[in-house]
Write a protein that binds this ligand. Structure first.
Ligand code: TRH
Length: 363
């Protein structure tokens, strides 16, 4: 590794939820652990990271966790040094003083805008695109995560699938069908619970705090846990990111949302249902269809129809009761397919490795 690329600054603003920091924290840890880089994570809302990284102390201006230097990004931001690679996560807008310092630096740092994940094909043509700064001698590059080798790939730790397989092979089969429920409060959660409550066999539904638990409480009343016939609905704590992975490996069906949990469910190799982050004018439904087209391309007709129907029902609130029985019946086929899907995706370079390569001096 050339010395000039050792220092990376990642800037992250939390818009809402945990996706922005979820992605940045995962990336930062991986750059340290697998690429031996010195990474600073500038974060405007440390409390949101504490949920995913319980070792973090929210009242510290700066601290080191998992080898990453975490700096509270406040309004009185001052530049001490410019990194060799600067990641602006999700167009969060770097401080003007930092941009000026980048412009004055020699050599100029690599400046990357890390974009949101989409399965739409335009991500391939936009990936890597250069955007010269209007007034400074700087060029920013757009880095698009994605599902094909022509994009920036997906976040995946080097040993992730091996760790998953080792843990799954040691696990005794449980009595109940385990379901994890991470969703927005706009999902048809009440309808799902009613369907599950009619199950003739035991079902355990594990619900993290925040919007998922709020939606469950709104439907069932009280704070839980709840027992409804064969259905047990169990509130669980918000888990550290690595423990959340283990939960996804363990559950037979994972409801996930947004960006990062959606990707983790794909690595988990279990059946999953994705609730996409809502956008104005239903733009998210176009993204959903783009993913469904890519993801279900290798499925047999019946399993494909079952997956598509459930994803659409979960995202539109229409048709859940009709879609659920087929999805449930196909969950073993979906799990098997998802393991192959994960293995195929893992054949491409992971996002962190791709970024390191992208930001290496071209000789
Ligand atoms: O929280 P999200 O809804 O984040 C969203 C999306 O990223 C969306 O695209 C973005 O625009 C918006 O935020 C601002 O869902 P996501 O992306 O799955 O992020 C959740 C993170 O929380 C992910 O890193 C997994 C982690 N997590 C845990 O670490 N432990 C837990 O117990 C749970 C439930 C999640």
């Amino acid at each position: 590794m050339a010395a000039m690329q050792r220092h990376w600054d990642i800037f992250c603003r939390v818009i809402d939820n945990y996706g922005d920091i979820g992605v940045c924290w995962r990336l930062a840890r991986q750059l340290v652990a697998e690429h031996d880089l010195a990474v600073r994570l500038w974060l405007d809302d440390p409390a949101s990271l504490q949920a995913l990284a319980p070792d973090l102390l929210i009242d510290r201006p700066t601290q080191r966790v998992a080898g990453v230097e975490i700096v509270h990004w406040t309004d009185d931001f001052a530049v001490d040094r410019v990194a060799d690679v600067v990641i602006e996560a999700f167009a969060c807008e770097l401080p003007a003083a930092y941009i000026a310092a980048m412009a004055a630096a020699s050599p100029k740092p690599y400046w990357i805008n890390l974009e949101y994940l989409t399965a739409e094909s335009w991500a391939e043509s936009c990936h890597g695109m250069a955007s010269p700064h209007p007034s400074q001698p700087l060029v920013k590059h757009f880095y698009f995560p994605g599902f094909t080798p022509a994009t920036g790939g997906l976040l995946r730790e080097m040993d992730l699938l091996a760790r998953r397989d080792a843990e799954v092979s040691n696990r005794p089969p449980g009595e109940a069908l385990e379901i994890s429920l991470f969703c927005y409060d706009t999902a048809p959660v009440g309808e799902l619970l009613d369907i599950l409550a009619a199950s003739p066999t035991p079902v355990s539904c594990l619900v993290p705090p925040g919007k998922p638990l709020a939606a469950v409480s709104a439907h069932l009343g009280g704070a839980g846990p709840w027992q409804l016939g064969q259905l047990r609905v169990q509130p669980i704590p918000f888990l550290a990111q690595d423990d959340y992975d283990r939960l996804l490996w363990r559950c037979a069906i994972n409801f996930v949302r947004g960006e990062d949990s959606f990707v983790r469910a794909q690595w988990a190799g279990q059946a999953f249902v994705w609730q996409i982050y809502r956008q104005d004018e239903k733009a998210h439904l176009v993204k959903l269809e783009a993913f469904l087209e890519r993801y279900t391309a290798g499925l047999d007709t019946a399993t494909k129809a079952a997956a598509i129907a459930l994803f659409r029902a979960w995202n539109t609130g229409q048709g859940l009761a009709a879609a659920w029985p087929d999805f449930l019946a196909k969950r073993a086929q979906l799990a098997e397919y998802n393991r192959l899907w994960a293995a195929e995706l893992a054949g491409a370079a992971d996002l962190a490795a791709g970024l390191v390569k992208f930001c290496s001096p071209k000789v």
